[in-house]
Design a protein around this ligand. Structure first.
Ligand code: NAD
Ligand code: TDX
Length: 343
């Protein structure tokens, strides 16, 4: 059905996983990766893919001329490109506004012009945060205790508010201009190729580098973890079976607090459970995220394959252990930046 797909941000963590997924599972599809190769993008994430099926265009989604020339010949755009790290957005929000909001507007204008199908990748963080389960009467199982597609937008950080803004642009373009678009809001991804600024890879590579892991605040903050392969399959499902104008939430019932996750990593890597430092908390730190993915499961028939977090985490630890060459050259700079913030 879709033969030529543009994947923006396809050299980043989740976008490159999607590119691999499509190459391996849908032999009829050609992909054009449009990626600026910021600090978070890495050509190596696309290494080994067949050149006749995947083309990398190094460029900015804010570049109207470039975007127009690519979208003109495409059947669909799957939009992953973003500034993606909350902590960076607290230091300088500017690139978040530019890429996440302005960049998205450039893409949807081009898709409108050429009537190209658009899928927008977003995050559960647009809904703000939820109370901890222990503070809820139904312990998190009651109505309204997880995010649904009807949850109000209540973003907390410059990152999440820029993603929320981009979602609203897409919704307005659907309603006002008939843009053929869907949106998905996914929970925290984990797996190989995630930048070492993010929580799980930072702690794994800290241990591998002889640095003590760093936990923000008390560590009671809960994230709803999903393996990035399951995210990719969900996006393909929505792209091909989703209803235009709809929003789908993607999650795999993987709620864990940060302290639990860190202790699992330490234990799996043969360290004492308490061999970490408590550091300064993130300002405005969201307490808990939790996704109700009923709509995606019942209407489109998706379900996660990685249902055992421990096994997925073990594979991820093994990947970073075996791919030091992928991350080691960036480690000192990433840690120096955190140290400056007291983290
Ligand atoms: P990432 O930071 O690893 O990758 C982002 C990619 O976008 C990089 O390759 C980068 O070079 C590229 N990029 C950035 N600015 C660009 C620009 N102006 N033009 C072209 N390319 C540009 O991010 P990720 O974690 O893979 O996240 C991908 C998407 O998924 C984002 O939209 C993010 O909001 C969303 N998301 C992420 C998570 C998560 O847990 N990481 C969860 C839900 C949703
Ligand atoms: O060193 C750390 N110590 C720590 O305790 C880091 C880097 C993070 N944390 C905490 C903060 C969060 O509660 O771990 C949790 C996860 O942090 P991040 O990996 O920065 O992810 P988060 O802020 O939850 O956002 C992620 O999921 C939603 C992605 O980065 C976003 O792009 C996505 O939208």
């Amino acid at each position: 059905m879709f033969k030529n797909i543009i994947v923006t941000g396809g050299a980043g963590f989740i976008g490159s996983n999607f590119v691999h997924y499509v190459v391996n599972n849908h032999p009829e599809v050609h992909l054009t990766v449009l990626d600026k190769l910021t600090y978070a993008g890495n050509k190596a994430n696309l290494a080994g893919l067949p050149e006749d099926r995947v083309k990398l265009v190094v460029g900015d989604i804010c570049d109207k001329g470039l975007v127009d020339s690519l979208v003109k010949d495409a059947d669909a755009v799957v939009h992953y490109a973003a500034e993606s790290h909350n902590d960076n957005s607290l230091i300088d929000p500017t690139p978040f506004i530019q890429t996440n909001i302005v960049g998205t507007s450039v893409l949807i204008n081009a898709c409108r012009k050429y009537n190209v199908r658009f899928h927008h990748i977003s995050t559960d963080e647009v809904y703000g945060d939820l109370p901890l389960r222990e503070d809820l009467p139904g312990h998190g199982e009651g109505k309204g205790e997880k995010f649904t597609p009807d949850s109000p937008y209540r973003p907390s950080s410059p990152y999440s508010s820029s993603k929320a803004s981009s979602d609203l642009l897409v919704r307005a373009w659907v309603r006002s201009f008939g843009l053929r678009a869907t949106i998905s809001n996914c929970s925290n991804n984990y797996g190989p190729y995630q930048h070492i600024e993010k929580f799980i890879p930072r702690q794994i590579t800290n241990i591998l580098s002889g640095i003590r892991p760093k936990l923000y605040g008390t560590g009671k903050n809960v994230r709803d973890w999903i393996h990035t392969n399951d995210h990719s399959r969900a996006v393909w499902t929505i792209l091909t079976k989703g209803k235009i104008g709809e929003t789908y939430l993607i999650g795999a019932d993987g709620e864990k607090n940060n302290k639990e996750v860190l202790e699992m990593i330490l234990e799996m890597m043969g360290q004492p459970k308490d061999a970490y430092d408590h550091v300064k908390d993130r300002p405005g730190h969201d307490l808990r995220y939790a996704i109700d993915a009923t709509k995606l499961r019942t209407e489109l028939g998706w379900k996660p394959e990685f249902t055992d977090f421990k096994t997925g985490l073990k594979h991820t630890i093994d990947w970073y252990t075996e791919h030091r060459d992928w991350w080691e050259s960036q480690k000192a700079a990433v840690e120096a930046k955190y140290a400056k913030q007291g983290q």
